[in-house]
Design a protein around this ligand. Structure first.
Ligand code: C2O
Ligand code: CU
Ligand code: CU
Length: 546
């Protein structure tokens, strides 16, 4: 923590409650959060040296764009790609063939209502299963890990894509193997499109891969041969594995070109454990941008913000109007410094002594964990004059999303903690795949109050089966409160979400509607999306009774 001390940050967040909710504008600014223009310029200088072209989804290959209905089989394989320039990196991947073209981790495109029919074939030596993160499907198709696909075996998925338009994602979910498999490459995107989405694309003349850019944020460790390292010590298996090399679409130190127009970024935090505090920077200042959507699709109206947190599992739909920027200078996408609040048990987990685990890469990752909240440039965006004149305006309405309705009845409490023996707990319990501690009635509307202990870590809590709405945040730490508006809510809390960051000491009330169109009883899980936390117990089964 050289450039930046935690103390300084906490006291710098002076403008508490300043962010009163003017419609459409979130008033908190980077300046109010205590970041100086010099610190911003330092991030811009970092990005000035970025020399790798950002990997973009093409029409085949890694992240190639593929209609979700255009293939019948997905093969889980070991493969090799060039992640770092000039080096071959062994990875795990979803391999697909369609119309004579080969794809690895295809970015799937679907129209709301499409039927997905696909056979998963497991070619690796570990059990695996695909979970469709954010989709409301029945528990068999959810891939929640209660059933897994053994090596050499296969499983058939068949379900309708009934969710709102958004960028969802898919990744492995066999308990005991989730963090390693996701870290080694198994993860990609699934876009669902509906009429609101089509209208926005048309209105802003957006084209995927050109003016609409998916960004998958991850952090990795490599050895000298370019092989991915994943070897958590006991402390990292508990606290979370954080890599020191930041990647966007598996490109380190990337740059891209953008026209002087409105560009849409669809951002996934696909990291195992690292959170980001994202901002677009130029000339020592943060550029304002618009939050257009969250995990579960478009907001009712765009919200003007200048920064936002993004925790593992969460997505953001963001519009940046580069006509507001200085055309002669690049823009930097960065993660601003923040206190990662690793304060389980009152000590900084990253400074614990783990010398008995000894591995070098372990030491590097421990150091990275200590630096989780450090200021880091993620990507440089060079502005290019538009070849054709662009005069589009942001629409005032994006979707017909209404304000959440607070369910009647007492809230169900979900207490997040740990047992002091290396396990994270929900209501005091550690994950047991044979136990169902909670049953809800199909069609019930419930309020959950998720309470994180004071001595804890941030927990990005994810619900399978249903997305939900956020009603209120209480007890937020100062850096979070300084970005909040009415009822302590953050800009992202205005949307439909499936993953919710709950900071130490916070209690967050959410509204869940357990209505679904599936036949019979359903089984799902509720868990922390810091993947190591879920492995270390922070996962709970729940059933929905028909
Ligand atoms: Cu994205 Cu149960 O996870
Ligand atoms: Cu999920
Ligand atoms: Cu957690």
């Amino acid at each position: 923590m050289s450039m930046y001390s935690r103390r300084q940050f906490l006291s710098g967040a002076g403008a508490l409650g300043a962010a009163t909710a003017c419609p459409g504008i979130w008033a908190a600014t980077v300046a109010q959060s205590g970041l100086s223009s010099d610190e911003i310029l330092r991030l811009e200088t970092q990005a000035a040296g970025f020399s790798n072209p950002l990997r973009l989804p093409g029409s085949s290959g890694l992240f190639g764009v593929l209609p979700a209905t255009d293939f019948k089989e997905v093969h889980v394989v070991r493969s090799e790609i060039e992640v770092l320039p000039g080096q071959r990196t062994p990875i795990l991947a979803y391999a697909v063939e369609s119309r004579g073209k080969k794809f690895l981790n295809p970015a799937l495109l679907a129209r709301r209502g499409d039927e997905m029919r696909v056979k998963l074939i497991n070619h690796i030596d570990q059990p695996t299963v695909i979970h469709w993160h954010g989709l409301s499907v029945d528990s068999r198709n959810d891939g929640n890990g209660l059933n897994v696909v053994a090596p050499g075996q296969s499983m058939d998925y068949a379900f309708a894509l009934q969710d709102r338009s958004s960028m969802y994602w898919y990744h492995p979910h066999a308990h005991g193997y989730i963090p390693q498999q996701a870290y080694h490459g198994l993860a990609s995107l699934l876009f669902v499109e509906d009429d609101d989405e089509a209208a926005l694309r048309k209105e802003l003349a957006l084209a995927l891969g050109e003016s609409e850019i998916p960004l998958v944020l991850q952090d990795k460790e490599f050895d000298a041969q370019g092989r991915l390292q994943y070897a958590p010590s006991a402390a990292q298996a508990f606290g979370g594995w954080v890599g020191s090399r930041l990647m966007v679409n598996l490109t380190e130190r990337p740059h891209m070109k953008a026209g002087r127009r409105i560009v849409r970024f669809r951002i996934l935090n696909g990291s195992n454990a690292r959170s980001y505090r994202l901002a677009f920077l130029q000339d020592g200042k943060a550029l304002g941008f618009y939050l257009a959507g969250t995990d579960g699709g478009l907001l009712a109206q765009p919200l003007r913000i200048d920064q936002t947190f993004l925790s593992p599992g969460q997505r953001l739909d963001v519009l940046v109007d580069f006509r507001e920027a200085n055309p002669t200078r690049p823009v930097t996408l960065a993660s601003l410094p923040f206190d990662p609040m690793h304060q389980e048990g009152g000590h900084d987990m990253a400074t614990m002594d783990h010398s008995q685990h000894g591995a070098t890469q372990g030491a590097a990752a421990l150091a990275a964990m200590a630096m989780e909240g450090d200021a880091r440039a993620l990507m440089r965006i060079d502005l290019a004059p538009s070849s054709t004149p662009y005069d589009r305006r942001l629409p005032a309405r994006l979707s017909s999303l209404s304000a959440p309705v607070e369910p009647a009845g007492a809230a169900r409490r979900m207490q997040l903690g740990h047992d002091g023996k290396g396990h994270w707990t929900i209501n005091g319990g550690v994950y047991d795949h044979t136990a169902v501690p909670l049953t809800v009635q199909r069609g019930a509307r419930e309020t959950w109050r998720i309470e994180n202990a004071e001595r804890s870590m941030p927990h990005p809590m994810h619900l399978h089966g249903f997305s939900f709405r956020v009603l209120e945040r209480l007890g937020s730490p100062a850096p979070v409160r300084s970005l909040a508006g009415a009822r302590g809510l953050l800009p992202q809390d205005q949307g439909v979400v499936d993953t919710l960051q709950v900071w130490p000491g916070e209690s967050v009330r959410i509204a869940i509607d357990f209505s679904h169109p599936h036949q019979g009883d359903q089984d799902y899980v509720f868990h922390c999306h810091t993947l190591e936390h879920a492995e270390a117990g922070m996962m709970m089964r729940y059933a929905v009774k028909a």
